[in-house]
Design a protein around this ligand. Structure first.
Ligand code: RUB
Length: 310
């Protein structure tokens, strides 16, 4: 495997690249590296290198359907090339493969632009927003609303054990927003006065349930107690089509030492990266196709993803 592909896998595993969108984007770029760096002398040889790299990358973090959906499209592209043998020229194949990966990146950009527009429109000046972890989609929505002159306050949970809440706090305060960071359960105090909770999404399953950073489900339950609306900002590509066939989204269990370097021998350490928030606690998903109720998202996403696969 090429050095650049190996580096991408390493960066995704270590969280140097974090958040579902950034991971998916890095995955698509790594597909370009696989095409460019392949030493194969035949088209089939390059295709084999691309598929191998796609499998390696999709295994880097198991709870990332957006990444898998884009890698699946790459594999479909390669497979259709194998079936139809559209070209035997290595140079031509490289051009075609890079063009299709570029189109995925462009699609991601146009989807996020639409999503930010829907998200920013639903926020009003004077609102206090609570968020958790670091979601580039959520920070994108908030910054877009801020750019439109809306005066917003943000409360970010620090997000143990890797403190991604600090990335959120840094990014938003640099953009000129009023930001408070709190230890995760300290958010209770702020939720009472908050107007809305916005979180990201790693995966959405066939019943509209949300898989996101561990702690999200407690936040959703608290929001319900205080009657605060709870939305997830997520492109429809976060939907996992396999869940329609009864496959359960796998929750990544990360290394124990992230929680405690040297725990006492008899203490069991648990470090799930994500948890599941029931659709019942979610007012809606802010997507590139508008603001969708959890019950509508799976059908709409399924259609979009399967159309691209054909
Ligand atoms: C990040 C996380 C984010 C989602 C959405 O977890 O849970 O809320 O990935 O992010 P981790 P985005 O830090 O473990 O990757 O909106 O950027 O796709």
């Amino acid at each position: 495997m090429s050095r650049r592909v190996k580096q991408t896998v390493k960066d995704i595993k270590s969280l140097k690249v974090q958040g579902a969108r950034n991971v998916a984007k890095a995955g698509v770029k790594a597909m370009m590296y696989a095409v460019e760096d392949s030493k194969a002398k035949t088209v089939n040889g390059i295709k084999a290198d691309v598929v191998k790299a796609a499998l390696e990358i999709s295994g880097a973090r198991p709870t990332e359907p957006m990444l898998r959906n884009y890698l699946d499209e790459t594999i479909q592209f390669v497979a259709s090339e194998i079936a139809t043998v559209k070209t035997r020229s290595v140079k031509k194949f490289r051009e075609m493969a890079l063009k299709s990966e570029n189109e995925y990146l462009q699609r991601m950009e146009s989807d996020i632009k639409k999503l930010k527009d829907y998200g920013a429109s639903m926020l009003n000046g004077g609102m206090t927003i609570v968020t958790h972890c670091h979601s580039s989609t959520v920070t994108g929505v908030i910054k877009e609303a801020h750019k439109r002159g809306k005066d917003l306050k943000v409360v970010a949970c620090e997000t143990r054990p890797r403190y991604q809440g600090r990335i959120t706090a840094k990014e938003l305060s640099r953009a000129g927003l009023d930001v408070t960071i709190t230890v995760d359960l300290g958010v209770n105090k702020y939720l009472k006065k908050a107007d809305i909770v916005l979180v990201g999404a790693d995966a959405i399953n066939s019943t509209g349930n949300l898989v996101n950073k561990v702690g999200t489900s407690s936040l959703a339950r608290l929001a319900e107690i205080y009657d605060v609306e709870f939305f997830s900002c997520a492109e429809t590509y976060k939907y996992d089509p396999l869940t329609m066939f009864g496959v359960r989204e796998r929750i990544e269990e990360r290394e124990k030492k992230e929680v405690w370097q040297r725990p006492p021998k008899k203490v069991e350490v648990s470090n799930p990266a994500f948890d599941i928030t029931s659709a019942h606690h979610i007012n809606g998903y802010v997507t590139e196709m508008g603001i969708l109720p959890p019950s509508a998202l799976p059908g709409i996403a399924e259609k979009k993803i399967s159309k691209k696969r054909d």
